[in-house]
Design a protein around this ligand. Structure first.
Ligand code: HEC
Ligand code: HEC
Length: 413
């Protein structure tokens, strides 16, 4: 769990202010208030990812190296054909471009990009995990994703990664007397084998599993966004470097104006990652009326009782570093069908959009915001915005200019 800096600017007042602001010469026509919003979106303003006290290995380069191997290793799956990279493809900014994740079977949500996930206090579209390492354990035992189980993974680690593992985490437990498979959340057979083991063995195996997640998280933390044209333009505006004002076309600039102004996008998509890291109901249609997805509402219940959360036995954090979990909102209906605000960096290259790929293109996304339909489940927070067709096109152009590289940086802080 990490401590997230709360947004220091009241963005909603800025949105109101920018709508009436008088253009101000000197910085490509932006007003002072607009410039302060623009300045806050620059990648150079991104702090290093907050420290995760629940993972004491997160800055250990050897842990990151091991985690990278695991991330790409298909042996960690029930059919030997799925790794994290099957869905989080480095060639596609660590996602897959599908409406729904496809592993051992098809899932119910869309694959999320990984770069920048270390900034998020809660992971997944519904925030049902509170750290990168505990997140990584989810897909490994999910029957539709890797489909494997923690005891089988411990055996694989012992067979192929023993020295790399032990150099970071210390000796692996003696697994020779234990069954080949077993897990408290697996199929009937795996659960029975798990129940047949002693408590000490179960704890030791779960610890190996948790350490696997901690190694993966150390690797994921090295994945960071690089500059886009928007960042170069914003730097130019803030520094009044007129020579670089042409980094964006007039249409992209107009889209940016809509984004921070009448489009109200910056209310939720703010800061250098263009996300407030919160959960909102924006009235995106449910995939199925029969099986409703309550999003954050069910995520809250799950993270609170997750054995791998910040307050659990496998966390390295003291209670004082688990504020986000300790002060979790409870029975709040505004969380019904609320989903995490995604970062918009590189957004153009990862259609389809939303938590289950409901929108095929940026044009469809913008239509959704223009119409602001009522939610079928819970209440949409969106208010209707009035954009001309030209403004809608310009807004899409602006979103396309947010493309930049995803880079691996050295572990260590
Ligand atoms: C079958 C495809 C698939 C596989 C395999 C898979 N993921 Fe994912 N990943 C997804 C989907 C789908 C989501 C969103 C799921 C949800 O919200 O319920 C997701 C979400 C995430 C997130 C959350 C990002 C955020 O901003 O909250 C991270 C991090 C992540 N995966 C890392 C991993 C790691 C590490 C592995 C391997 C241990 C892995 N994934 C394996 C499909 C996959
Ligand atoms: C009330 C907060 C809020 C506002 C205002 C808002 N968004 Fe979003 N945005 C979200 C959330 C939450 C999601 C994910 C919703 C889901 O999947 O159910 C999202 C998703 C998106 C996506 C899809 C990204 C992806 O990877 O799937 C795009 C693009 C986007 N928003 C652009 C915009 C634009 C452009 C505006 C302004 C017209 C805007 N948003 C206004 C909260 C907001």
């Amino acid at each position: 769990m990490k401590v997230i800096l709360k947004a220091t600017i009241a963005v909603s007042t800025l949105v109101a202010a920018t709508a009436t602001a008088v253009p101000w010469g000197g910085a490509d026509g932006w007003s002072k208030q607009e410039i302060s919003v623009l300045s806050s979106l620059r990648l150079s303003q991104l702090e290093p990812p907050p420290r995760d006290y629940s993972n004491r290995y997160e800055s250990d380069p050897r842990a990151a190296e091991l985690g990278k191997h695991i991330f790409f290793d298909k042996r960690f799956s029930s059919n030997g054909a799925v790794s994290c990279a099957s869905c989080h493809d480095p060639k596609q900014q660590f996602q897959d471009g599908r409406p729904l994740g496809l592993g051992v079977a098809t899932g119910t949500r869309r694959t999320m990009p990984v770069a920048g996930a270390g900034y998020s206090p809660f992971l997944f579209w519904d925030g049902r995990k509170d750290s990168l390492w505990s997140q990584a354990l989810g897909p490994l035992e999910d029957p539709a994703e890797h489909g494997g189980n923690r005891l089988a993974y411990a055996h694989i680690l012992r067979a192929h990664y023993q020295s790399a593992y032990e150099s970071v985490f210390g000796p692996l437990p003696d697994l020779t007397r234990l069954p080949r498979e077993g897990s408290p959340i697996g199929n009937d057979r795996q659960r029975a084998l798990w129940a047949g083991m002693g408590a000490t063995d179960r704890d030791a195996v779960s610890r190996v599993f948790a350490n696997m997640g901690k190694a993966i998280a150390a690797y994921e933390k090295t994945l960071q966004h690089g500059e886009s044209r928007v960042d170069r333009y914003l730097e130019a505006v803030v520094k009044r470097d007129a020579g670089s004002y042409q980094e964006l076309t007039p249409s992209e600039k107009n889209g940016l104006r809509v984004f921070i102004g009448k489009g109200q996008c910056v209310t939720c998509h703010n800061g250098p990652l263009l996300t407030d890291q919160h959960f909102h109901n924006t009235g995106i249609p449910q995939l199925s009326d029969a099986k409703r997805d309550l999003g954050r509402r069910s995520g809250i219940a799950k993270v609170a009782k997750d054995a791998f959360n910040c307050l659990g036995p496998f966390s390295d954090a003291g209670e004082e570093h688990c504020e986000e979990l300790r002060f979790l909102a409870g029975e709040d209906h505004s969380l019904d069908a609320a989903f995490k605000t995604p970062s918009l960096r590189n957004v153009a290259a990862r259609a389809p959009y939303m938590h289950a790929g409901q929108k095929r293109s940026l044009a469809e996304v913008i239509e959704h915001y223009r119409n602001a339909p009522a939610a079928k489940v819970g209440h949409s927070e969106l208010s209707k915005i009035t954009l001309s067709d030209q403004e809608a096109r310009d807004l899409a152009e602006f979103l396309r200019s947010l493309d930049g590289p995803v880079q691996e940086r050295s572990a260590g802080r």
